[in-house]
Design a protein around this ligand. Sequence first.
Ligand code: ATP
Length: 236
Amino acid sequence: MALLEIRDLCVNYGPIQAVRNINMDVDEGSIVALLGANGAGKTTTLRTISGVIKPASGSVKFDGNEIGGRRASRVARLGVNMSPEGRLIFNELSVEENLRAGAYCIRSRAETERNMKRVLTLFPRLEERLKQHAGTLSGGEQQMLAIGRALMSKPRLIMLDEPSMGLAPLLVSQIFSIIRELKDTGVTILLVEQNARMALRIADRAYVLETGRVKLSDSADALLNNDEVQKAYLGG
Ligand code: ATP
């Protein structure tokens, strides 16, 4: 059984069918990339998994439990968290306060402190800037903060929405190596990325969405060599 199993998922915004009959499996300990053009339904899929929006129909199972339509705080407590597109950090709060906000669903103070230690070990750059206003961080540091904040609830599944967006090439490589390190710590990762080549290089499996449907799904290696994917997403 996959850690995350999505079956026949449909999500609408009023009359707009943003996600149509999606099926997807994410195995524990793997990186799964979700690719597709703007408006394909990637963010909608992530937001539905995290409980921010409700599905119109279909099922989302995490570790065997139905989470489709559950409240986001409940889904977070079960072990799913998300680093949103555009980072959405609190500019006026310090780095530390932003991180602590990510532990809102953790009741034990000791556990929050343990999680803080883990996050700061992964991101020493954030440790040096704990008291700094988050709004004054560089783009790459803000991205680290967004990922760190999502990790503060010690999720089993973390969803990263466009982590490389707006970053210079060197920082993009850094963020991707952090994602690889994260995988090595045992976290399962669902990754939405415009940078299809980099995403396919670190992913185990990938799904390509087109106007709300799964167009292709295969191992990342197979998709890297797929003609259609090369033409549409890899500039080949
Ligand atoms: P991008 O890469 O541009 O973020 P995406 O693949 O993440 O794209 P979604 O943001 O999931 O795509 O959007 C899927 C569809 O749903 C699009 O047609 C979009 O216009 C529509 N949509 C998204 N959010 C809303 C909303 N709040 N209200 C109405 N329609 C929406």
